[in-house]
Write a protein that binds this ligand. Structure first.
Ligand SMILES: [Zn+2]
Length: 359
């Protein structure tokens, strides 16, 4: 244990906040990640120096780009380009197979269909995978998504691997926030927090790196709430964008419904955790818009398409009520991450939303 704490401290020293580029390394900006430059540069250097920590914890809100970042890092680690600072090269066999999701020394663990978090058999299988010698690369990499929802026993099962990993084994944990995780997991991991980006950063990135037309990029950046992967997904999957936009219509419907009707909507919505997460996320931005309208900052709102309806809410609801609703929404999101009963959580939130008169 003491040895581990020592290693963790050394790692933190080895990977401090600022990273002067050594003269012999000419890092190439080829990760194609929008924003998060500091984190990218930090990991590029670690890859080049072969000092990537054995346990990484990437945190940030849903759709901020944690998985994209983890995959890019794994690709850089597996890449066989001669010059380490140019990895991932996107040309070598390892890079190409990583791009097609088919590489033997990488395993991505996500919750099974219908489950919130990763379960113990999946973790056992992953530990077994990490223990075996790499097939091609010098590393074995396991990525675990939605780590905040991992079944507690499954998290405990990982501790030994985190404490004494085989020299080639690397674990990358993805979670919305470190606060919800076992302290023993957090203390053994090197944290990489990904933060929301500005609208301009996202719009510019979408145009320059993805070739998305400017107007469309600006709209997606506005709706994204600072989350790059949200914007990219909304561009690639029109049905995802449509689903997100419909959450605002659902909000207006709830506000105009009486209690029994609200409970019916809650029951329907609570059937799908993912939909609840997306809905709460979007409602948060919607109510932030109401707050902006109430404080004469309407030019900055996210949901321009729904401006008329939001203005109506802003006029009918008091500023105090708006801030309380934002507070309830944050709490509901936290509770959802803490594995609360989804239906009770949605019903309780609906009870706290004001009733608006029909048009
Ligand atoms: Zn490569």
């Amino acid at each position: 244990m003491r040895r581990l704490a020592c290693i963790a401290a050394l790692l933190r020293q080895a990977l401090p906040g600022e990273y002067p580029q050594p003269k012999e390394l000419q890092l190439v900006n080829n990760w194609a990640i929008i924003g998060q430059q500091r984190a990218v540069q930090q990991m590029q250097l670690a890859v080049a120096r072969e000092t990537v920590p054995h346990a990484l914890l990437i945190t940030g809100p849903d759709n901020i780009g944690k998985r994209t970042f983890a995959l890019k890092l794994a690709q850089a680690m597996h890449c066989t380009a001669e010059r380490a600072e140019q990895r991932p090269c996107n040309h070598c066999s390892a890079c190409l197979r990583m791009n097609s999701g088919n590489y033997p020394d990488l395993r991505i663990i996500t919750p099974e269909e219908g489950k919130r978090g990763v379960r113990i058999p999946q973790i056992r299988e992953l530990i077994h995978f990490l223990t075996l010698t790499p097939a091609e690369s010098q590393y074995k990499i396991g990525i675990i998504t939605t780590f905040e929802h991992i079944v507690p026993n499954a998290a405990h099962a990982l501790l030994k691997t985190l404490e004494e990993p085989p020299p080639y084994a690397h674990l990358i944990l993805l979670a919305t926030t470190a606060e919800l995780l076992l302290p023993t997991i957090v203390s053994r991991s090197f944290q990489i927090p990904l933060r929301p980006l500005s609208r301009i950063e996202i719009a510019t990135g979408l145009v320059e790196q993805r070739g998305i037309p400017t107007k469309k990029a600006q709209r997606l950046a506005r709706l994204s709430g600072g989350r790059v992967d949200w914007a990219i997904r909304a561009f690639q999957q029109p049905e995802f964008l449509q689903r997100q936009l419909e959450t605002m219509q659902l909000l207006f419907k709830v506000l105009h419904s009486d209690l029994p009707a609200r409970f019916d909507i809650a029951q329907e919505l609570a059937r799908d955790d993912r939909r609840v997460r997306e809905t709460l996320d979007h409602w948060q931005t919607g109510w932030r818009d109401v707050l902006l309208l109430q404080t004469e900052n309407g030019s900055q709102i996210t949901h321009l398409e729904d401006q008329a309806a939001l203005e109506k809410i802003a006029a009918e609801v008091t500023l105090t009520a708006t801030t309380q609703i934002l507070h309830h929404l944050t709490k509901a999101q936290d509770d959802l991450y803490r594995n609360a009963n989804t239906r009770l959580l949605v019903e309780s939130l609906f009870l706290n939303l004001p009733r608006m008169a029909q048009d």
